[in-house]
Design a protein around this ligand. Structure first.
Ligand SMILES: [Mn+2]
Length: 294
């Protein structure tokens, strides 16, 4: 048996199948872990959803911000016009309801104790230990699986103001914040506060969505760090994540960023988690869309 984690697929069904052929994935024997953002931007989002769902318990997918956009739209959040064509396509499909139920059931965080790996779409707050993350993930999934609570969850959703976890009077605000972190975080302040791209502190950065700290910004005392540089020292689990295509595949000692820009003409990446050498396999992908990070 082999266990592989795979980066953001974004509707690229052909490329996903090509990568599985390349690693000789055998569904009878092997297991897949997907970092989320299965859908949107690429040519066959519906096909990817069906393919992964049909793998049943041989695949685990964590929810990406693009899966979340579908649920937000289904819950009546009106602001996201870009996701509507896909939502209509899913609604019109014969298996649409099954796919929607499946999307609602996706965990925000997946933990594999035997391999000492955790998986999340975007990242984690440095303030969280693994038990906090597991509890938050379970609480959020319970809300999203309940249609009424899901509506309430997204009713007060404002994707431009995400950094207010202590919004008194609304018990869901704590979960909205955790959801935003797990599906969208990239940068933190040195004190460990998530820094969202619309923050005025990033006003001097030309495209905050595509911004990636490097040696130059470090030397210039740029005060913000990638979230994974702030993980607690004693934390043993290695974290697999996606979401940061602008940074590309990013391998650190305890974190593995697998979004290598498949849909943008980059690569689709697999890492073998049960291999002591953590073997990486990548395939080249055609460019379907121009990079547009969000
Ligand atoms: Mn993403």
């Amino acid at each position: 048996m082999a266990v592989y984690a795979i980066g953001d697929v974004h509707g690229c069904l052909e490329e996903l199948k090509n990568l599985l052929r390349e690693i000789r994935f055998d569904p009878e024997r092997d297991r897949l872990r997907l970092v989320g953002d299965l859908v949107n931007r690429g040519p066959d989002s519906l096909g990817v959803l069906r393919f992964v769902r049909n793998l049943g318990n041989r695949a685990v997918t964590v929810m990406g911000n693009h899966e979340g956009r579908i649920l937000a739209a289904l819950s009546g959040w009106p602001a996201d016009k870009g996701i509507m064509p896909l939502v209509q396509q899913i609604r019109a499909a014969a298996d649409g309801q099954e796919l929607i139920q499946w999307l609602r059931s996706l965990p925000l965080f997946h933990c594999d104790r035997s391999l000492a790996f955790g998986m999340v779409h975007a990242g984690l707050s440095p303030a969280w230990g693994l038990s906090d993350v597991r509890a938050l993930s379970a609480e959020i999934t319970a809300v999203l699986q309940n249609e009424e609570q899901s509506r309430e969850f997204f009713l007060n959703w404002d994707d431009t103001v995400l950094d207010n976890p202590e919004d008194e009077g609304d018990p869901l605000s704590r979960l909205r914040f955790a959801y935003a972190v797990m599906t969208r975080i990239r940068l933190c302040t040195a004190a460990g506060q998530p820094l969202w791209p619309n923050n005025p502190l990033l006003a001097g950065v030309s495209n905050p969505y595509a911004f990636v700290p490097n040696e130059e910004t470090k030397a210039a005392d740029f005060p913000y760090r990638p979230w994974f540089e702030l993980r607690p020292e004693g934390e043993q689990a290695r974290i697999i994540y996606g979401h940061w295509a602008a940074a590309g595949m990013t391998l650190n000692r305890k974190s593995f960023g697998l979004d290598s820009g498949c849909v943008y003409g980059g690569k689709l990446t697999a890492i073998q988690l049960d291999d002591p050498d953590l073997q990486i396999v990548q395939i080249n992908c055609p460019q379907y869309v121009t990079p547009e990070y969000s």
